[in-house]
Design a protein around this ligand. Sequence first.
Ligand SMILES: *[C@@H]1O[C@H](CO)[C@@H](O)[C@H](O)[C@H]1NC(C)=O
Ligand SMILES: *[C@@H]1O[C@H](CO)[C@@H](O)[C@H](O)[C@H]1NC(C)=O
Ligand SMILES: *[C@@H]1O[C@H](CO)[C@@H](O)[C@H](O)[C@H]1NC(C)=O
Length: 623
Amino acid sequence: MWYTFYFFNFLYCINALTYHSYYGVPVSEEEVAKYKANNKDAICVVTFEPCDENEWRRVDGSCNNLDYPSHGTMNTPELRLLPAYYSEGFGLRKTKSGKEFPLTRSVRLHLLKVGDGIDDKFATSASYFIEFFTADIVAIHDIENYVLINTNCCEPEGLNNPSCAPNFLPVNDNVHRFSGMNCNNMTKPLTFQTEGCVPTNTLPNRITKSTTHMDLSMTYVHANASAIHDHRTNEGGKLKVEVVNGIALPSDAVEGTTCLIKQARETGCTRNVPNTILGTHLFSTWFWRFHNYAADGLAAVNPCWDDDTLFHAAMDINIAYYTRMMMYEFYGEVLGKENLIKEGVLNSHDGFRDVYDKTVLPGVFAEYGYSIRWFHETQDGTQELYDKYHNFMGTTQTVNFSLRVQDLAYDENLRRLTQGVFLQPAGGFGDGTIHPDMADFGLGPLQKTLDILSNDLAKGRYFGLAPYIYYRDLCTNYEKKHETFEDLEYLMDKSQINLLKKVYEDPWDIELMAGIWSERLMEGAWVPPTVYCLIVQQLKRTVVSDRHWYERPNRPHAFTAEQLEQINRGSFAGLLCAVGDDVTHIQPKAFLRIGPGNEKVSCEEIPRIDFNMWKDDKCNLCE
Ligand SMILES: *[C@@H]1O[C@H](CO)[C@@H](O)[C@H](O)[C@H]1NC(C)=O
Ligand SMILES: *[C@@H]1O[C@H](CO)[C@@H](O)[C@H](O)[C@H]1NC(C)=O
Ligand SMILES: *[C@@H]1O[C@H](CO)[C@@H](O)[C@H](O)[C@H]1NC(C)=O
């Protein structure tokens, strides 16, 4: 037994490839040793087995692009749509006249109002889903850093802590002149430079703990290829679940860890298993279960498939279902399906398409993750709860679930939230209001106070994002000029431009998020035009750079036409009917509010995947 163990290790060491995560090229053993000695190897290098062009998608995202196999793994450097803007020595950008920018909270107080908004179109599920799929591809270490690691950023000692980036509140703050608080916690982004992977005199590039592909990183534990083994049951292709009060939740990873349903907050455990904010908890749980639902469905028609085959086929279905749901159902509604077909992001018909281009490297634009933060405006902080007959059972505070995934298992929370998220309207999309909890209680009891939106603006400063007007130039294909405040009138109401003038001396000073907050919604879409533009740039890249994209007829283990048809029947309503607790009736378009043309129906009327389409002839021979 130990002989095979050594033999395996030996092979692994000889064959495994080690690449520099930033430069994307192989690194020498000496260099690896150097990083190891400084405890930097987990970030600066990435190790994976040699690529096999016919294998399934890997959980760690490696070998997606066969020429550049490390691109796509966690710690792949971020891309930028526009060059960065910093002052001398990568300090924060100064205004055109050379001053520091006003406090982010002041800017936010001018540009966005606090109050209850109710959207005409979307249900709260839409706002929660965004949280989830953002965590699939962007860095989520910021919150961990100031809540669990550098906890003193708002204390006097924080002034000497180089990791801190506190956001101070103005003295005349409309809320905090009464509370006595004067600061919001925040930390600086962790970069390849701060982590010692590349020289500090190079352009800061943020590290990301997720793969760059749309591949359910929150479910498939992207950390490294071996971590997933802690989560597998090694039987029937399934993932481990933990049942608490009759509720099946993603299991804690390893015997003895306390990362998930147990007291995660108290232990400060930050494994790459979902314990973040409510939207992520909910969808992580559903897609975790959906993996097992698919594995069971496949096993029933293919009794001869082994654990590994079932695992990979179930993961493939799960990711395809999710991608379909995000691209066609969610983005199709939010950005406009016809628009996305014209942009080449969506397919115009339901069959196969192959737009793969191996010369486009997998990667995520800093501006994508950033512009998605606009959706914080749509988050309602008060979530209604309903029982399975849709009787109103009260409300809860969304932010109170931050780093408290365990609370889902108690007080019927998950059951009642599940009904609530599709029954309740979202906060207003683009109505200029934000919920009071987002403005002052953004992480619930974890912080004394937190204005999520002010911090969004502040992050843009630390990421060194270009002036808003340059993004407008880009988004209009350099055909419109954006030099004066008046040049923005086609995007914004005059009153809003006046507010911008109050905050910024010069149009060049307008920050990306401040501009976005000020825009009217785009015609034919439900986001501001700049958000549309920045999201579309990313989606275009994602569909062409993912070799395992589910609509490709010639990817490894590609779907058959019949299988693809099943995936295309998928919807959020179908997901909840399959794996949601006590869901028996739901509207077919469950990201949208119930209304004419979208009335509640029984789950029996909602299409589900027919796993018979995956029936393998080989198994019939085995029988
Ligand atoms: C993989 O990730 C797990 C969990 O984070 C960690 O314990 C393990 O050391 C990692 N293995 C490698 C080879 O980096
Ligand atoms: C949310 O947490 C705060 C602070 O702990 C608490 O006062 C409040 O009652 C909680 N909200 C709900 C709905 O439980
Ligand atoms: C900053 O974060 C720490 C750690 O979570 C917390 O104890 C402290 O109250 C926070 N400060 C503010 C002003 O919210």
